[in-house]
Design a protein around this ligand. Structure first.
Ligand SMILES: [Zn+2]
Length: 444
């Protein structure tokens, strides 16, 4: 009898062991699709409580996803932010401070780590200037960029999936909510009625000191409501692109075998603080640096799980690796969110950092769940209480000296560790690159 019990126990132990290997392997061989939607305001998405139907596809998958609602991006503009996301390092480490900078050879991207594990890695971007982030192309097996107006998105996705190399890592950057919205395809141009938006003439707004991105304006259309409605149409277009990708994955029976992560490189100001369709301001406002992240894996994540704790974009890469059971690289500065997803709640990072750099002016933010300290160029410090409504947030640096000093020390350490060099404007852009950036609406 004893023998039988031992044999049965050994048999079950083996079964548990083998299924354990299977589980590890299974996750290890998962495909990964990481999507960033440029300049997306997460409070304009249906599942985030927005009143308009901007995101049916994302609303649908959010029902079985983990949603992080407070993701602080490591910069308020594209090049440093996406390099932080892809390398899990702060901008001072990857050293991409703007277009024209080369990504540091000392940092490893998620694409390279996954490539070593046998993944086919691809970047498909609708941002036409991703190649002006120097060295980024070398990190991927396939690097395809094009302007949003001729993105041939469907053909590219179809082409990519037809390559049929598995497992794959696809990093997809969608561009439509980034102003100017002029390319929006027929059917997506006027999905929302301007009457439902804040109305004011452009001239009045300008005379009140508001800054409106010049290339967003169209001849003869003088009310801001038209452009605000266009922004939401552009979100719905990005949502339709994701719907297309999800359908394609489904058609290839890949959905259950693919981990999908959706986030943004930064947000956008839509009238707050006197800016329309701007980010990259020295104020580093919440609308610019706070985004969300949705993690979807069909049949493995059940229910709508929302986590409101503050996390950082650099945490996304270690989370993906943790999910795939691939060891974390020691140079990564982010922390896996997987414990939070599993309900362990032992994610213990208290501070988040963000960075802004424009025309030689460097600004830094350190943020907790409750407060935000802003260090502007020239050493000016401001402290804000995030528990108050935005309109009631005054600079309390002089009155809240304890919190102000604590955050100042934390920021000092961060700057010493990450920016131990003089950051100077040394963009090496050719005239051709400058022209391309100008044609995208940037001032270079
Ligand atoms: Zn961007």
């Amino acid at each position: 009898m004893k023998k039988i019990i031992i044999i049965i126990s050994v048999f079950f132990a083996c079964l548990v062991f083998i299924s354990g290997i299977f589980l590890v392997r299974h996750h290890h061989r998962l495909n990964v699709v990481l999507i960033t939607i440029d300049a997306l305001r997460w409070d304009h998405l249906g599942f985030m409580g927005y009143g308009k139907d901007t995101s049916p596809a994302l609303d649908n998958i959010s029902k079985n996803s983990f949603l992080f609602t407070h993701v602080i991006t490591q910069a308020n503009f594209t090049p440093p932010s996406i390099c932080s996301l892809l390398t899990s390092t702060y901008p001072g480490k990857h050293k991409v401070f703007d277009f024209g900078y080369e990504i540091s050879k000392d940092v490893v991207s998620i694409a390279e780590i996954l490539k070593k594990k046998g993944y086919f890695t691809a970047l498909i971007s609708e941002h036409a200037a991703f190649d002006i982030i120097k060295g980024l192309d070398k990190r991927f097996d396939l690097f395809e960029i094009s302007g949003v107006e001729k993105s041939e998105f469907k053909e590219k996705i179809k082409g990519f999936l037809n390559i049929n190399k598995k497992p794959f890592f696809l990093y997809l950057h969608l561009m439509s909510p980034h102003a100017d919205f002029k390319f929006l395809p027929v059917g997506y141009q006027r999905l929302f009625s301007p009457e439902d938006y804040f109305s004011q003439t452009i001239n009045t707004l300008k005379s009140q000191g508001n800054k409106i991105l010049p290339n967003v304006l169209e001849p003869g259309i003088n009310d801001i409501s038209y452009y605000l409605a266009r922004y939401d149409s552009a979100i719905k277009y990005a949502d339709s692109q994701i719907a297309y990708l999800l359908n394609m994955l489904d058609g290839k029976k890949l959905t259950d075998k693919t981990l999908i992560i959706i986030s943004s490189d930064h947000g956008e100001l839509l009238g707050e603080h006197g800016y329309y369709f701007h980010h990259r301001t020295p104020g580093m406002y919440e609308q610019e640096i706070k985004v969300g992240c949705l993690i979807y894996h069909r049949n493995h994540i059940e229910g709508f799980n929302t986590i409101g704790q503050q996390v950082e974009s650099i945490d996304i890469m270690p989370t993906i690796l943790d999910y795939l059971k691939i060891p974390k690289n020691r140079d990564m500065q982010g922390v896996s969110l997987y414990p939070l997803i599993k309900g362990d709640n032992n994610y213990e990072k208290k501070y988040a950092f963000s960075f802004s750099f424009s025309r030689g002016s460097v600004n830094h933010v350190v943020r907790t769940d409750k407060h935000k300290l802003l260090l502007q160029h020239g050493g000016v410090l401001s402290l804000f209480d995030l528990s108050l409504e935005e309109s009631a947030q005054n600079d309390i640096y002089t009155t809240e000296s304890v919190i102000g000093k604590e955050l100042n020390l934390v920021l000092d350490d961060y700057i010493k560790e990450n920016f131990s060099f003089r950051l100077e404007e040394h963009i090496q852009l050719s005239e051709k690159e400058k022209m391309r950036l100008r044609s995208l609406g940037y001032t270079y």
